[in-house]
Design a binder for this molecule. Structure first.
Ligand code: SAM
Ligand code: SF4
Length: 335
């Protein structure tokens, strides 16, 4: 058994137990930081994993130690067979979760409950309707916000992801944290990350230190309570004294958390990515369709995993757009 699990341990001894599966490269929103203005070239439909293939590939990972699967995309809920996908995956001994833009969640409340999907991350970058329309290029703020409240009301464990962009939404940090006063929700500020075609610029970055200093100015140092990090954490967690919910900061750019990384990604066209920022991929779907074993390729992919951000350990390297030109746009990776 111990030998079985080793294919998910990389050369630095990091054990990978968390698989993120992208269900689609398509989306019903067009967030500027995720999808390039000119769109992305999509994989041919025949190259996208079908329900059975998702299950078969996931089963191999679970056999080797994956105990948590997150469904993402693109927007995972636009897949017509979403219920069938989750029904199949729920047969595996694994904790299921999802990241969604919330536009369609009201249609899936009962499905989530039926298959034990309780951890739901939603993306919402602003609390203002006009800004939502600008950043997502779609007029859907009310639907997204109402659905987030619905999820909280229905008792799901909800985390709200906010990509902070200087001059766009960094003036809303206070308003987002105020949501945690009466709502049992976790707000997570994410540092804007560079991907192919997303016009990233270091001037647009709002760092962990800047966020914390703003929070201290607004709420006062003595009101901020530092919470324990979760194991394999990505968000440093805090709460405001006497507030019901909490907030966190995901500082991939200014302060990466790669030493405790336990994440592997499977793209919608069946390729394993050992890191969000790596352009090196291996086609597991092709192997599955040829009736070949996936294990050797998974082992090779894991052993090629670099210590920090696909080898871009310094801020200088990481902030050079050329270093990201061979990687995919976020929408086709699966965040
Ligand atoms: N459509 C779903 C959603 O928006 O939640 C799931 C896919 S989306 C690619 C997953 C997460 O990646 C979202 O929380 C989104 O905010 C985040 N994301 C996308 N592009 C990003 C970027 N350039 N920097 C930081 N986070 C990003
Ligand atoms: Fe779609 Fe999510 Fe990307 Fe926005 S962040 S374009 S909702 S995949």
């Amino acid at each position: 058994m111990s030998e079985l699990k080793q294919i998910l341990t990389d050369s630095l001894g990091r054990k990978h137990s968390y698989l993120r599966i992208s269900l689609t490269e398509k989306c019903n929103l067009r967030c500027t930081y995720c999808m390039p203005a000119e769109g992305v070239s999509l994989s041919p439909r025949s190259d996208i994993m079908n329900t059975d293939e998702i299950y078969e590939i996931a089963k191999v990972f679970v056999k080797h130690g994956v105990d948590k699967i997150r469904l993402t995309g693109g927007e995972p809920l636009i897949r017509k067979d979403f219920e069938e996908v989750i029904k199949q995956l729920s047969r595996l001994n694994v904790k299921l979760s999802i990241t969604t833009n919330a536009i369609l969640v009201d249609r899936y409340i009962e499905v989530f409950k039926k298959y034990g999907l309780n951890d739901i991350n939603v993306s919402l970058d602003t609390l203002k309707e006009d800004k939502f329309k600008f950043i997502t290029r779609r007029d859907q703020f009310k639907k997204a916000f109402e659905n987030i409240l619905l999820l909280i009301d229905e008792g799901f464990n909800v985390k709200v992801n906010i990509v902070l962009i200087k001059g766009f939404n960094d003036d809303e940090i206070k308003d987002f944290i105020e949501l945690t006063k009466n709502l049992s929700v976790s707000i997570r500020f994410i540092e804007f990350m560079p991907f192919d075609g997303n016009a990233w610029d270091k001037e647009k970055l709002v760092t962990q230190n800047e966020i914390l200093s703003q929070v201290k100015d607004i709420f006062g140092n003595s009101s901020i309570i530092k919470l324990e990090n979760e194991s394999n954490f990505i968000a440093r967690r805090f709460k405001i004294k006497n507030y019901k919910g909490e907030f966190g900061i995901i500082s991939t750019v200014s302060n990466p958390f790669c030493d405790s990384c336990n994440r592997i990604r499977l793209t919608a066209n069946g390729k394993i990515k050992n890191c969000l920022f790596s352009s090196k991929e291996m086609n597991l779907l092709k192997l599955l369709r040829n009736g070949e074993s996936l294990e050797d390729s998974i082992l090779i992919a894991m052993h090629k995993k670099k210590a920090i951000r696909a080898g871009m350990s310094s801020f200088e390297k990481f902030s050079n757009p050329k270093k990201h030109s061979k990687n995919r746009s976020m929408i086709t990776i699966g965040g």
